[in-house]
Design a protein around this ligand. Structure first.
Ligand code: G6P
Length: 608
């Protein structure tokens, strides 16, 4: 969702803002704008559509001279994607400029009050209200005015602000929306995410909730909401610039799918110690782990699907009851907690508004919360009691692939850890699982190596209208994720069904040549799934099947088969998902879509 970049220093701001915004395009947006101050004049340009339009209309930024600036890519919430609604927003005198990510929930009542005091508004946005409020409360001290505004707004925000009375100073504040401060050599930066500043610096501060930053070219200071100065720790970003580049691939999604073997190694290897699984981040929770009565997984999107697979694996291996819930439901449901329950939040970005709210809800009820997170230093890592990092590196493509793979691998390891702690993991079993875990990267590599075959098949189905995915047990979890991949990037209607449920309605939609993808990796359920394949086949379906190597009998009923190398039943998810990610990718690319930026979707969903 919305991307923010800000700069103050010795260099021209506009080219830095445009470059930074291009690194945030992955977040999803439908208009862009920036404002630059040269000490005398505050100039601005905004436009609906892609960032390129802003690049062109400002002649690569040359038309907006100045060394202090804020830029924004907007994902429309309040009001359409028009020039008027694009950020930055200003006060009437044009002395205050604001960019904002998040939602100000009480903006309407504030706006009405300000209108009574004579303020007029040009846009439909909640953000313009902030610019007007800053104007209303500003006397001489920007920090004071910002604090007065923050005390009066509800909702979430990351803000970048310029006051023309204070040349060279960039102000920033945040609550429940991401914002970092980059400390550079020739100036300092703000951004919604690290890739925007990585070309200039690896040294970043993570602004805390309800904290304000005052930034000049050579100084960065932080204040809490009572205006007391606070100190923040400087973090060094470990990954390099190339990690957030396409590296020769046409789309980030292909690059990220190809990185999955490495991601699995990076996520699992540090946790395999002397033939057993050790989570250093959980050492203090030994008692909690031993006593755990139930695990409650909360997440959104693909992270939720990772949770569903996690449930099958943890319940199967460790015998602990697991509930998986969409964070957007959990947060408003008044969940009934049982003693010794652990809530596990799962998120690539660590910023998803609903998952963050779910963490807070559980914590407010005294429930221990672990967060499986990919983005270093993100909000969830600060809210949760423990953070279990997936080491997938920066993921840019909106449709997640490598972060999802890392999440399911973390669930395998958690399942093994719980099983061992509870005496349910025999040493020879543990050895076998560890061996399987270590083999996964090369097996994924093998499947990626056969991508041309999947591409050829996908080309036949480029014009598909409806695709159904069926599976049982863990295979149902895979089906959910595979169908989401297809629908989000190729706009083909895709649905996942627990194979046994198909005949309770959905089978009526199967007609001649409808593509049904059947996943059959679970040996004990294999025959049952075959029966379901036969059922759809006899109604004219064209069947693509994903099954374990050795099951060539499936070819009697399936039209196109992908065999996955052998592993244990719990880890098959990591292999079966690979050809299905590739299939979604090739359908999207074959249709000529912008695979990385699917319409209406955002990578990091920081609003409800
Ligand atoms: C968006 C993304 C999905 C992601 C979901 C949850 O919808 O497009 O790929 O699974 O958000 O995001 P999170 O960052 O919490 O994993």
């Amino acid at each position: 969702m919305c991307g923010i970049v800000g700069y103050t220093g010795k260099s021209q701001a506009a080219p830095i803002l445009l470059d930074g915004l291009s690194k945030l395009e992955y977040r999803g947006y439908d208009s862009a704008g920036m404002a630059v101050f040269d000490g005398k004049k505050l100039r601005s340009e905004k436009t609906p559509g892609r960032l390129n339009a802003l690049v062109e209309m400002t002649h690569d930024g040359e038309l907006l001279p100045g060394t202090l600036g804020i830029g924004h890519t907007r994902w429309a919430t309040h009001g359409k994607a028009t020039k008027e609604n694009a950020h930055p927003h200003f006060n009437a005198a044009g002395t205050v400029a604001v960019v904002h990510n998040g939602i100000i929930e009480n903006y309407l009542s504030i706006r009405q009050r300000l209108e009574k005091k004579g303020y007029a508004f040009k846009s439909e946005t909640d953000t313009e209200t902030i610019a007007a409020m800053l104007d209303y409360y500003y006397e001489k001290d920007p920090i004071e005015a910002i604090i007065k505004v923050l005390h009066r707004v509800t909702g979430s925000y990351a803000l970048g602000i310029i006051f023309t009375d204070h040349p060279g100073v960039l102000y920033a504040a945040r609550k429940d929306s991401p914002l970092i401060v980059g400390k550079g050599r020739d100036g300092n930066y703000i951004a919604s995410d690290v890739p925007a500043v990585l070309k200039y610096t690896r040294d970043v501060y993570y602004i805390r909730n309800e904290e304000i930053a005052k930034i000049t070219g050579d100084e960065i200071s932080f204040y809490n909401i009572d205006a007391d100065p606070v100190t923040e720790e400087l973090h060094t970003i470990e990954w390099d610039v190339n990690a957030a580049d396409k590296g020769g691939y046409e789309f980030y999604m292909m690059k990220e799918m190809s990185e999955q073997p490495k991601v699995l190694r990076d996520t699992c290897d540090p946790r395999i110690k002397n033939g057993t699984i050790v989570f250093d981040e959980l050492v203090k929770d030994e008692k909690i782990i031993k006593k755990a009565s139930k695990l409650h997984i909360v997440a959104c999107g693909s992270a939720y699907h990772a949770g569903i697979s996690g449930k099958y694996v943890i319940e199967g291996m460790a015998g602990i009851p697991v509930e998986v819930e969409l964070a957007s439901e959990f947060r408003y449901r008044n969940p009934v907690y049982i003693p010794d329950e652990i809530v596990i939040a799962v998120s690539q970005s660590g910023e998803t508004a609903d998952t963050l709210a779910a963490i807070k809800e559980a914590k407010a009820n005294g429930v221990p919360v672990w967060a499986i997170v990919n983005a270093t230093g993100s909000s969830m890592t600060r809210e949760a009691d423990r953070t279990i990092y997936t080491y997938a590196g920066p993921e840019i493509s909106v449709a997640t692939t490598k972060a999802y793979s890392a999440q399911i691998a973390v669930f395998y390891m958690l399942a093994m850890m719980f099983a061992k702690t509870r005496g349910r993991l025999a040493p020879e079993r543990e050895e076998e699982y560890i061996e399987d875990l270590k083999r996964l990267p090369e097996q994924v590599e093998f499947l990626l190596g056969n991508k041309e075959r999947v591409q050829k098949f996908a080309n036949r189905y480029i014009a598909a209208h409806d695709v159904y995915y069926i599976g049982r047990g863990i295979d149902y979890g895979i089906a959910l994720e595979a169908s989401l991949k297809l629908k989000e990037i190729s706009y083909v209607h895709a649905e996942a069904y627990a194979a046994g449920e198909l005949k309770h309605g959905t089978i009526s939609l199967i007609e001649k040549n409808t593509l049904v993808t059947a996943i059959a990796t679970q040996e004990e359920l294999y025959d049952k799934t075959i029966s379901n394949i036969v059922e759809v086949k006899s109604r004219g379906a064209f069947v693509m099947a994903v099954t374990n190597v050795g099951h060539s009998d499936i070819e009697e009923n399936a039209d196109f088969v992908i065999y996955i190398p052998s592993t244990n039943k719990y880890f098959a998810n990591s292999l079966a998902i690979i050809p299905l990610q590739l299939f979604a990718y090739y359908v999207s690319a074959g249709r000529g879509y912008d695979v990385d930026h699917p319409r209406n979707l955002a990578k990091s969903v920081t609003v409800e």
